[in-house]
Ligand binder design. Structure first.
Ligand code: MN
Length: 432
């Protein structure tokens, strides 16, 4: 028996690649997923919430959802689904159309755990357990409400659980689920979670616990391969799973060391080589757009000049293709280090360059000195001010940029190297 499990389709949105392209809409991604389910003649499609992106584009989402659920119905493929925070209010309404359907099963309405037993055409039976968001915000763990003993679970029949919630943050307003509460339910074969858009597998032994991740990468934050989990049960009821990439878009970060570079042409060649070498490793059959963020690393004599080279070049116009996948560069970040003959010697000087050199040494070795302490403090205060600014208030927590202190440190190190290289060049010119 075969099931395709995914979540966070967000019908109504599109992947952020250049201008909006019809082929990269969530709606098209959902259709391709259903094409695949029908072609593979799976037994059921399992959807763990946020199928629809809030109430905007209601009719676009409704028609896209309906059209494909009807195709699945016609192909005698079951769909089991629950609501997430985005579609808590609209999904119950949309499901009215399928109230009497033998193939579409909306579980856990009003935040009540629900069990469904399905007999498949192969003669096998599988049980599904589901909980749906009753409102846009839920601040308690839905697993606390689960009483499996009251739900007439049958032993020795596979049991799959669908729930939307946040395993990453116990203070979340989006159903904070703990790993422990999922692990406790050992009669469940697999927990198929929705909400976090990056695919992740938390536990391989029973119960298998995973976020399938968003079906399609919608933004650069959703990096890596995206798709669905293929769940199989063999004749003995043994479960196996395999992640299947299907997203037409993949955002990826690659790194290239440019220590050897001394002029812009060499930098261009190194970037092209990195794109070519790394891209090959990232391709899969359904991928049409690979969008790269390139991180430049290494030690160079002039980190600040690299910024100028990048800004003056038209590298963002570059486009190539391998096996039908378009490859473009979205962003280049300069993480190069100032190549000092002796940073420690320089750090002993009382000059501004000396202060910077000492700051770099201490930031990199995670030591504190009064200057770096002040830098780190003021940096985190400013980030917090930005995050709490009223213009960003309406963003959801998963859309906000929350920098960890290790990332603060990294940004400060980059900036110190840039400043130091600028200073050293000025000093050199003054001496000449
Ligand atoms: Mn969600």
């Amino acid at each position: 028996m075969t099931f395709f499990a995914t979540a966070d389709i967000h019908l109504g949105r599109s992947s952020q690649v250049g201008g909006t392209q019809h082929s990269l809409s969530a709606r098209e991604g959902w259709k391709r997923f259903v094409d695949r389910a029908i072609a593979d003649q799976v037994d059921a499609v399992l959807l763990s919430g946020d199928l629809v992106d809030k109430e905007n584009n209601y009719f676009e989402a409704l028609s896209a959802l309906e059209a494909q659920l009807k195709r699945l119905e016609t192909a005698h493929i079951h769909t089991v689904l629950v609501a997430g925070n985005h579609d808590a209010l609209v999904l119950p309404e949309m499901m009215n159309t399928f109230k009497n359907s033998d193939y579409v099963h909306f579980l856990g309405v009003n935040g009540q755990w629900e069990i469904l037993k399905l007999d498949f055409k192969s003669g096998k039976t599988v049980q599904f357990l589901g909980w749906s968001f009753p409102a846009e915000h839920v601040s308690s763990n839905p697993l606390d409400l689960l009483q499996l003993s009251e739900l007439e679970i049958q032993p020795n029949i596979p049991l799959l659980g669908l729930v939307h919630g946040d395993i990453t943050n116990s203070d979340s307003n989006y159903a904070p689920i703990t790993q422990a509460s999922l692990q406790r339910e050992t009669s469940v074969d697999a927990w198929l979670l929705g909400h976090i858009h990056l695919p992740e597998e938390f536990q391989q032994i029973r119960p298998f616990i995973c976020y399938s991740g968003s079906l399609q990468s919608l933004s650069p934050k959703e990096h890596g391969a995206h798709g669905f989990q293929q769940i199989e049960f063999d004749d003995f009821g043994e479960m196996s799973h395999e992640f299947q990439p299907i997203s037409p878009v993949r955002f990826e970060k690659i790194e290239t060391d440019i220590s050897e570079v001394s002029e812009p042409q060499e930098l261009r060649q190194l970037i092209l080589k990195a794109v070519e070498n790394e891209s090959i490793l990232l391709l899969y059959a359904d991928l049409s757009h690979l969008v790269l963020d390139i991180s430049l690393t290494g030690e160079v004599a002039f980190p600040h000049e690299i910024d100028g080279w990048i800004n003056r070049s038209d590298v963002f116009e570059y486009e190539t293709a391998i096996d039908g996948t378009h490859i473009t560069i979205r962003k280049i970040t300069n993480h190069t280090r100032y190549k000092a003959d002796n940073l420690h010697l320089l750090a002993d000087e009382k000059s501004p360059a000396g202060v910077l050199a000492a700051a770099i040494i201490d930031l990199e070795s995670e030591n504190e000195n009064p200057f770096t302490k002040k830098l780190m403090k003021s940096f985190s205060e400013r980030t917090e001010t930005l995050n709490n600014a009223s213009v960003y208030m309406s963003l959801e927590s998963n859309q906000k940029i929350e920098l960890k202190s290790s990332e603060h440190r990294q940004l400060l190190i980059d900036e110190c190297h840039r400043l130091l290289s600028e200073m050293m060049i000025l000093k050199q010119n003054a001496n000449n």
